[in-house]
Design a protein around this ligand. Structure first.
Ligand SMILES: Cc1ncc(C[n+]2csc(CCOP(=O)(O)OP(=O)(O)O)c2C)c(N)n1
Length: 564
């Protein structure tokens, strides 16, 4: 009987292969050892990347998922291995990133005994996952993995945790993989209601100053072409959220810029002057809306959204168009009139010119000797490939990079948007690069954030992933320092950093490295980095007390966006 049966651990690996997983990121330990043993047999079908920390593994899986559109997979042991995944789960949950996380668990007879490395990861991860389950019997492994992949990738994507006891991994069972195609109580397809389209198109056709705000829902719903067609027919100006960047090329004539706390001047300010606001696959995050009581009160709001929980959550809408925006945008395009709004568009242009003169020009052509973050990113943007992926950490460099990178293609921006997780960038860039070695992946990170996951330089060394790491070193936790300067009387409380010799660290990991301190050396250093065949570490020492503008301070309205 046992001859036709395989170990639970082999079932785990064969289930992953059946789900077309090509790569997994992980870190071994006692409770997951049977799965690691099985991975040894299947290393040709399923690549495993050994990171240097479980947080690195999950952020790498996130980076992989974000650029590929596939489900990212990570693997960890019980106890501390499992808890080290939690930040990544919370990050993936808030940023709708599809992940399957597999953790080993102590043997089922030890559950609840405070056994070595026992932790209730299912309990801990409950609010940080879209779905989670503990599997204690070998026969439940494959169905749990099938359901996990289905839930992670369908509807609004998100992270799933499957916690498998060691005895279930060691027991023998039959393998007959049945992919999950759906189940009662979980509907992923919502047909768009005709009346909603009629009401929305009526408002749009009557509008004098309509305005589209698009978010990551367009990317997740693969609706980039539908958005473009809608904008081209309707003539409506469109701005993007942080995670929506790239869903529409920034060269498109209808594109008017970026929304949010450090977005562009015009898109924020004019939110309070449009008459019809069409939100597409975005969730009115507080970083976008500022003070909700003074947000777009003059406008009739149409919300195109897949997740019913987002409707009327932060902003009340006149018309809710539930469903995939791929469907709703196509229907809406058919229903709206061809139109153009030259005067309304001119307002965006006028304010963009003000931003250019007050913020962008001084940032890009500084008169001070110190390098600005803006000029560094602007130069990289000039020489990077059109489909280069930008991965950023969290802080000033993140906002500056987002502002000065020109996104032309979908899935070219990876950052921790909702959770704002420092330490995200380095492993996420590794994951993004593992998806495609031939693609340029530029990782921009601050001197604070890089030290949260700097050990992943070891994974980059071992995999030879040709990530281009750009460290913008201001010797400060810059974003917090900016807030201390602006809102706490310049009392720099514990934000200045004495840093190590980063070049020595990179070189110790066998990564080619260069440090730039002078403007005159910047251009050549960037060229050297971009043409280098392999990983590269470029440290640029920038002005210590540079600030990011425009800015909508916490509690302010979008129309109070400051240029200085
Ligand atoms: C894990 C984590 N801890 C704390 C913070 C709060 N935080 C946001 S930005 C920032 C400073 C980041 O400094 P650095 O990495 O040097 O980047 P910079 O702002 O200087 O570009 C801090 C501490 C965070 N976002 N994430």
């Amino acid at each position: 009987m046992k001859d036709s049966m395989i170990r639970g651990a082999d079932i785990v690996v064969r289930s992953l292969i059946a789900e077309n997983a090509e790569i997994i990121f992980g870190y071994p330990g006692g409770a997951i050892m049977p799965v690691y043993d099985a991975l040894h047999d299947y290393h040709e079908e399923l690549r495993h990347v050994l990171t240097r920390h479980e947080q690195g593994a999950i952020h790498a899986a996130q980076g992989y998922a974000r650029v590929s559109g596939k489900v990212g997979v990570c693997l960890a042991t019980s106890g501390p291995g499992a808890t080290n995944l939690i930040t990544g789960m919370a990050d993936a949950q808030i940023d709708s990133t599809p992940l399957v996380c597999i953790t080993g668990q102590v043997a089922s007879h030890l559950l609840g005994t405070d056994a070595f490395q026992e932790t209730d990861v299912v309990g801990i991860s409950m609010p940080a996952t879209k779905w989670n389950i503990q599997v204690r019997r070998v026969e439940d492994i494959a169905p749990a993995i099938a359901k996990g992949f289905y839930i992670a990738r369908s509807g609004r994507p998100g992270p799933v945790l499957i916690d498998i006891t060691k005895d279930a991994q060691q027991d023998f069972g039959h393998f007959n993989y049945q992919p999950c195609l759906g189940f009662r109580s979980y509907k992923t397809h919502i047909p768009v209601e005709k009346t909603a389209i009629q009401e929305a198109s009526f408002l749009i056709n009557m509008a004098k100053r309509p305005y589209v705000l698009f978010g990551q829902g367009v990317v997740l719903g693969k609706a980039e072409e539908e958005l473009k067609a809608f904008l081209e027919k309707s003539g409506i100006p469109a701005a993007c959220t942080l995670l929506g960047s790239g869903a529409l090329s920034e060269d498109h004539p209808n594109y008017v810029g970026k929304l949010g706390m450090h977005g562009n001047y015009a898109p924020n300010l004019l939110t309070n002057q449009c008459d019809v606001l069409i939100a597409v696959g975005m969730r009115f995050d507080d970083r976008v809306t500022g003070d909700l009581k003074r947000y777009a009160k003059q406008a009739k709001v149409i919300h195109l959204e897949l997740d019913p929980a987002e409707i009327n959550k932060n902003v009340k809408c006149e018309v809710a168009v539930l469903g995939s925006c791929k469907d709703s945008l196509a229907l809406l395009t058919a229903a709206v009139r061809e139109n153009s709004y030259p005067q309304w568009m001119a307002k965006f242009k006028e304010l963009a010119d003000q931003e250019r003169a007050t913020v962008i020009e001084p940032d890009l052509t500084p008169t001070k000797p110190g390098l600005t973050m803006g000029e560094v990113i602007h130069r990289i943007n000039k020489y990077k490939a059109d489909d280069a992926v930008l991965v950023t950490d969290v802080g000033q460099h993140q906002m500056i990079s987002w502002r000065y990178f020109n996104f032309k293609k979908s899935r070219t921006q990876v950052t921790s948007g909702g959770l704002g997780t420092m330490g995200f960038a380095l492993p996420a860039a590794l994951g993004a690069q593992m998806y495609d070695f031939s693609r340029q992946v530029v990782c921009v990170v601050g001197d604070g954030g890089i030290q949260m996951t700097i050990q992943e330089l070891g994974t980059i060394m071992q995999t030879k992933a040709p990530v281009k790491i750009v460290l913008l070193n201001n010797n400060f936790l810059g974003m917090v320092r900016q807030w201390q300067q602006m809102f706490f009387d310049k009392r720099y409380s514990f934000t200045e950093l004495d840093n190590p010799d980063f070049i020595k660290i990179a070189e110790a990991y066998n990564i080619q490295a260069q440090k730039v301190t002078e403007r005159g050396d910047l251009q050549e250093a960037i060229e050297d980095m971009l043409i280098h065949d392999g990983p590269y570490f470029l440290e640029v020492v920038v002005e210590k007390e540079d600030n990011v503008f425009p800015m909508i301070a916490t509690g302010c309205s979008v129309e109070e966006v400051r240029l200085s």
